[in-house]
Design a protein around this ligand. Structure first.
Ligand SMILES: [Zn+2]
Length: 212
């Protein structure tokens, strides 16, 4: 039997062919543009990586920032207002570079040897992000998005070294542990402990008043 393809003429003539929907390979979001995932901020454009230590590297960004702020202020930039334009811009550039490096590392077939120069940059970048008070949660979360990729463990080790025991200390590990894959234990305990602390204080004051 000969089977004709069952296309309705209207669809064939008026509608463009269905394009496969582009999604972010890292977080699965469909909100992606040509160069960037709007959900997790990953850059797809390979041009952003640049040569090790080159114009696009963290080192060049830091040099430009120091020049903009002035060498004196750069030494005391932790006293810059949180919303100071230069500081905000620098923080977003650091985060962007962090994402670009992760994007480079967390691909199949990457090895510590071939990525050595960028791993050195990664370590220096993490240390600068720490100095600029970017939360370790942010850094760990993005690394963990690439779970199972060859360099992910190496990146976690670098973070652990930088945040000395952040990932291994029992309490912090517990706080970061996700309850049933959902909210972090730390978040839940804050929800529960917050009100109970208030109750405890109220009770203490009450019993004090009663005793008088
Ligand atoms: Zn994404």
């Amino acid at each position: 039997m000969h089977i004709e393809p069952n296309f309705s003429p209207r669809i064939r003539n008026d509608q463009p062919p269905m394009l496969p929907r582009k999604t972010c390979a890292f977080c699965g979001s469909v909100f992606v543009s040509q160069n960037e995932c709007e959900s997790c901020g990953r850059q797809f454009n390979k041009e952003t990586l640049g040569a090790p230590g080159g114009e696009k590297s963290f080192y060049a960004t830091k040099d430009r920032y120091k020049k903009d702020v002035g060498s004196f202020l750069a030494r005391f930039d932790q006293f810059l207002a949180k919303d100071a334009g230069m500081r905000v811009r620098y923080l977003s550039l650091l985060k962007k570079r962090y994402m670009t490096l992760l994007d480079h590392f967390q691909r199949p077939g990457r090895g510590a040897l071939s990525c050595h120069a960028y791993l050195v940059e990664f370590r220096d970048l993490v240390s600068e992000m720490k100095r600029m008070k970017i939360s370790p949660e942010y850094m760990y979360d993005l690394v963990e998005l690439g779970e199972g990729m060859p360099l992910t463990h190496k990146l976690q080790t670098i973070l652990n070294e930088e945040f000395a025991g952040y990932g291994s200390a029992g309490l912090k590990k517990l706080m970061r542990w996700r309850v049933a894959g959902g909210p972090r234990f730390g978040f839940l305990s804050a929800l529960v402990l917050g009100p109970s602390a208030i109750c405890l204080i109220a009770l203490t004051i009450f019993s004090y008043l009663v005793k008088r």
